[in-house]
Design a protein around this ligand. Structure first.
Ligand code: COA
Ligand code: MG
Length: 301
């Protein structure tokens, strides 16, 4: 019996490239890159006196042909800042797939943005993503993720921002991120409890491919869906680490066929060559194979 896999959890989000909205060249370039999604940034990568120009660039970007099969997310400035309102007006006009809220501290930040979008009659499909990058954001991450269950909240994905979090807490950047791991795992627990995706933080040193590889491997092992990126050179490694490996696909297919065997009918646990597999593994296996199919259906940019 095949299950219906909920579509929402299957937007490919292995590699999500941040593109400064002020950089027209980079916005053009986004069309020829193999990332799964782009975050069009109006916040920290755009100087205060350039915000209006950056918004104009995004109006042009959204007038170009869409990036086929890839989500376009606009990161706005805080709604309490002097730029928030104009940023949200742009979002209502160009209708990206999602709006990314910076420095979310508490569920009310998500609900307030949802109310503003509802008041503007923004379509349901326009989702909200939230940056978790402040001490209060981490402390409240369970309640923030839970807001995703509230009707109309639109919350879909949390993105960890370690540059801000390090700045706020004084935790030093160190290989292995040992002092940050407890906070990262809090985020993972929260998204898993409420059925959201989570993206691991950016890795600043884009020339350090070894360090990036190690951090992607760690993020994947923790349970992140993918990684926010800052440079095109990081896309291939993120796609590799956060996509299923050939070995994982083979294993998933073996689980699916073991449960498809008539002898497995009515059994929740079976012996597959000396290893116990449970029906819960079947659900995971089906999701993994579905993801692999989405990846192979993706046309190269
Ligand atoms: N998105 C799209 N294209 C990008 C890009 C990005 N984030 N970063 C670099 N590129 C492009 C450049 O335009 C250049 O293209 P070209 O050679 O075809 O003209 C190419 O990739 C190589 O870039 P490179 O010269 O190595 O880097 P740079 O000096 O142009 O840019 C950064 C370096 C860090 C300034 C740039 O990568 C960047 O702005 N990253 C995103 C920063 C951001 O979004 N911060 C906020 C979130 S933390
Ligand atoms: Mg930030």
């Amino acid at each position: 019996m095949s299950r219906t896999v909920p579509l929402r959890s299957f937007n490919l989000r292995r590699s999500v490239l941040s593109v400064p909205a002020i950089n027209l060249r980079a916005l053009e370039k986004a069309h020829s890159l193999d990332g799964d999604a782009v975050i069009l940034d109006l916040e920290d990568s755009v100087a205060p006196e350039k915000k209006a120009e950056a918004r104009e660039n995004l109006r042009r970007f959204f007038a170009w042909p869409p990036l086929e099969g890839k989500e376009r997310i606009i990161r706005i400035n805080s709604l309490s800042s002097e730029f928030g309102e104009a940023d949200l007006d742009l979002v209502k006009d160009v209708l990206p797939d999602a709006v990314l809220l910076p420095k979310v501290d508490e569920p009310q930040d998500v609900m307030a943005a949802g109310d503003l979008l509802a008041e503007a009659d923004a379509p349901e499909e326009l989702r909200i993503w939230a940056m978790i990058e402040t001490p209060r954001g981490v402390l409240n991450v369970g309640a923030i993720a839970e807001a995703g269950r509230t009707p109309g909240s639109r919350l879909d994905c949390l993105v960890v921002g370690l540059n801000d979090l390090r700045k706020e807490t004084g935790v030093l950047p160190q290989p292995g991120r040992s002092y940050l791991v407890p906070w990262l795992m809090q985020v993972i627990l929260a998204v898993k409890a409420y059925g959201l995706d989570a993206l691991d933080s950016v890795f600043n040193d884009f020339k350090d491919s070894e360090g990036f590889d190690a951090e992607c491997g760690q993020g994947r092992a923790m349970g992140f869906t993918g990684k926010m990126l800052i440079h095109p050179s990081q896309i291939a490694a993120a796609n590799r680490h956060f996509g299923p490996s050939a070995e994982e696909i083979r294993e998933a297919e073996a689980i699916i066929s073991a449960f498809a065997d008539p002898e497995a009918e009515g059994l929740n646990v079976i012996n597959a060559g000396g290893r116990m597999i449970e029906r819960l593994h079947l659900v995971q296996a089906e999701a993994l194979v579905h993801k692999a199919r989405l990846i192979s259906a993706r046309k190269p940019a």
